[in-house]
Design a binder for this molecule. Structure first.
Ligand code: NOJ
Length: 731
């Protein structure tokens, strides 16, 4: 018996796809575009009929399973076997899952990962996540989440890389490479067997939800879409991301799951995206709730017509596309295009050749010591030191510590949002990490009750307060009307203050929090995000000085909720920053500046940036900026050198500054290093309303320094005849 061409690995992927497509009925085609969750025996008949192309979130606690049922590899093999051996064409299922920050070796939340400003570590963390997930039979991670967020009330700010398109874009590309293992900037012909396909989400502009309320409506101009919100997605697509998820919300009345311009014209045509688009959960069916689809049939027509290839959990495609095509109301060409895209990824994952997974692989691939070591580095590097009057690092000999605060001895809370596969018992709490370090002779007092803690603090050398947010207070559907600390926490810090012993506040959180008061009362403040499995160990690495903190804020920390939205790369306005004059853009009851600017973070040493130099070669469209950075303190440390640009005069008002380069620089005490940034057309151009690059002559400013407030700068000009000239060399 000859095998059908689509099963012949010697043929090219497109030959195999065309052969398979030619054999499929309309129902089987729609089946490939239908994704359902946690398939169980009640769905097996649908799988046999070829009515399901993908399964998501199998055996997850979300689906109500017990831990025993979470032995995913076996369960995935069982469902896969039905698809492969009992359906007419034997097309394998693709198993998707929310692998958002690590898998079993849980990484810090993405906002925390971003604080390390290290594409290398993000790539390494996702490589680990991919291997662990693939060992359980997962093929597809619904990550990275690339929504630029300027509103910390929005709970999903935790899942993204912050407010800046440049930093988030670099991390997006690294995240994709880590998951997929591709060394080419293109969707691989064949993914390595131990990697998964990534999914850039939520396309696009979800972070702009009005009022910071999840699923809410947005208004975003084309300018802002192209220059801010789309930029991270473009970076992911350019590095070969295989899938994209369309978002729940609408922009100006057009839901993203029916947004033809963005999904088809920009993503697929302009950017040449060759993978497939999956809707978010139920979003195709929700086109009815939005008020743009009359019924499910209409929703299928709008969603698929606009460019969403796979329908996550509304069954709208399966139930309507075959008939829509049959009756001539929907183009079979578009249906085929969607099916081709899905099949391409299935072939690239090697699912036709290797549909199953070794059921014991998780035992050898999960929680490897080298994976934990990478996570420990990333976790420690993600910590941002916001204040230190000298109390840190702690000396560990004969130190009596009073530890208090609601998060001092918590496991699950340190995981952060979207942790399906981490196990509570594998996290080290802050109390355990401190106790472990101080050895048999425990110098630690831990008090849950505020009164006891405060009273007994007197007998201690230092008080550590573990405060902030629980994991369940950020992430999807966890928006807040305030960024103030949860009730009672400021009171705890204030009463501890009265004991007149040094206070170190360790703040866990999934969003920027209002730390204005804590800053007044605490002697040191360390922002630890939700650190994942390493948990308290990452914090103690920094508290005790094994790791000199180098994390930098990937998002502005406001002074109060009322300042939101507050982000560094805003436009100037006609009445810019207050300089003592009246009637400018300001508040009367607060300072205008943030509590901490984007890019901010302290170290146990100090750095000085100086000797800025800008040079241009008349033959090359480029400015080369150099600066000297000196470690002026008495211990080795790492700074993140940041380079910002402003287009001073353009046809459209441009941001007051935009990040265009960064580099982690490690220096011994007293060491000096010259750093260099190159600014070319890509760095100084912007996009017009159609996404086309515009490079206009005129004046530009450039700055280099340790955060977005740096004033170490120079000026240059692009002349009307296209020459790049330095006007003011800086220092
Ligand atoms: C809804 C969320 O918005 C999305 O991020 C997630 O990937 C899907 N649910 C699947 O769980």
């Amino acid at each position: 018996m000859t095998i059908p061409a689509y099963k012949n690995p010697a043929l090219t992927v497109s030959e195999r796809i065309e052969d398979l497509l030619g054999r499929m009925t309309l129902e089987e085609k729609a089946g490939q575009l239908n994704q359902w969750f946690n398939l169980g025996p009640e769905h097996y008949d649908m799988v046999r009929k070829g009515e399901i192309g993908s399964d998501l979130l199998a055996g997850s606690p979300t689906a109500g399973n017990t831990p025993q049922e979470r032995i995913l590899a076996r369960r995935n093999n069982e469902v896969q076997k039905i698809a492969v051996t009992e359906s007419r064409l034997g097309i394998p299922l693709i198993f998707g899952r929310d692998v958002i920050h690590g898998y079993r070796t849980v990484a810090p939340i993405p906002l925390g990962m971003a604080a390390a400003w290290s594409p290398e570590l993000v790539q390494a963390a996702n490589t680990i996540a991919a291997k662990e997930a693939r060992a359980d039979g997962i093929h597809w991670a619904f990550s990275p989440m690339l929504d630029i967020a300027r509103d910390p009330r929005w709970g999903r700010v935790a899942e993204g890389f912050g407010e800046d398109p440049y930093l988030a874009g670099k991390l997006a590309a690294a995240a994709v490479r880590g998951f997929q293992g591709n060394d080419q900037d293109a969707i691989p012909e064949r993914f390595p067997a131990d990697r998964v396909v990534a999914c850039a989400k939520h396309f696009v502009g979800y972070g702009a939800a009005e009022g910071g309320r999840d699923y809410n409506t947005t208004e975003i101009t084309r300018q802002t879409l192209h220059n801010v919100y789309l930029a991270t997605f473009k970076a992911a697509i350019q590095s070969g991301c295989g899938t994209v998820m369309s978002a729940f919300h609408d922009i100006g009345g057009i839901p993203l799951s029916a947004h033809r311009y963005l999904l088809t014209e920009v993503l697929k045509e302009q950017w040449g995206f060759g993978g497939f688009v999956v809707s978010d959960w139920g979003a195709i069916g929700e086109l009815i709730n939005h008020g743009i689809a009359a019924d499910a049939r209409h929703a299928a027509e709008l969603g698929c017509g606009a460019g969403v290839d796979m329908d996550m959990c509304s069954m709208v495609y399966l139930n309507n596309l075959p008939d829509l095509v049959q009756s001539g109301k929907f183009s079979e060409e578009r249906l085929d295009d969607a099916v081709r895209r899905v099949l391409r990824i299935k072939f690239a994952l090697g699912l036709f050749e290797s549909p199953y997974v070794d059921p014991d692989a998780s035992q050898t691939d999960h929680l490897l010591p080298e994976s934990l070591a990478v996570m420990r580095r990333l976790t420690a590097d993600s910590m941002v030191l916001l204040k230190n009057n000298g109390v840190l690092p702690l000396r560990s000999d004969h130190l009596t510590i009073c530890l208090s605060g609601p998060l001092a001895d918590r496991r699950k809370e340190l995981f952060g949002c979207w942790t399906i596969d981490g196990r509570d018992e594998e996290v080290t709490t802050l109390k355990e990490a401190i106790t472990g370090r101080l050895g048999a002779e425990t110098w630690l007092h831990h008090y849950e009750l505020v009164d006891d803690a405060v009273k007994l603090a007197r007998a201690s050398d230092v008080m550590i307060l573990a405060i902030g947010e629980s994991a369940g207070r950020s992430g999807e559907d966890n928006c807040t009307t305030t960024i103030d600390l949860p009730a009672g926490q400021e009171a705890l810090v204030e009463s501890a203050r009265r004991m007149e012993i040094p206070i170190v506040a360790v703040v866990f959180g999934g969003r920027p929090l209002n730390l204005t008061r804590v800053m007044d009362w605490a002697d040191a403040v360390l922002f630890a995000w939700h650190p994942g499995i390493i948990g308290g160990l990452g914090v103690t690495d920094v508290l005790f000085g094994d790791v000199n903190p180098s994390g930098r804020l990937p998002i502005t920390f406001p002074r109060s909720t009322g300042q939101i939205p507050l982000y560094y790369n805003h436009r100037s306005t006609g009445r810019p920053l207050p300089r003592g004059s009246r009637r400018h853009s300001r508040y009367v009851d607060s300072l205008d500046s943030p509590l901490f600017p984007f890019g901010f973070g302290l170290s146990y040493t100090t750095f000085k940036y100086g000797n800025l130099g800008a040079t241009a070669d008349p033959q090359i469209p480029e400015i080369v900026v150099t600066a000297q950075v000196t470690n002026t303190g008495d211990r080795a440390g790492t700074t993140v050198a940041q380079c910002y640009v402003r287009d001073v005069v353009a046809s459209v008002a441009r941001p007051v500054r935009e990040l265009k380069g960064f580099e982690r620089v490690s220096l011994e005490a007293g060491q000096i290093k010259t750093i260099l940034f190159r600014l070319g057309p890509k760095e100084v151009s912007y996009l017009d309303d159609n996404g086309h690059e515009i490079l206009e002559p005129g004046r530009f400013q450039v700055w280099v320094g340790g955060d977005s407030n740096t004033d170490l700068g120079a000026d240059f000009e692009i002349t009307p005849d296209g020459r790049w000239v330095v006007i003011d060399k800086g220092e």
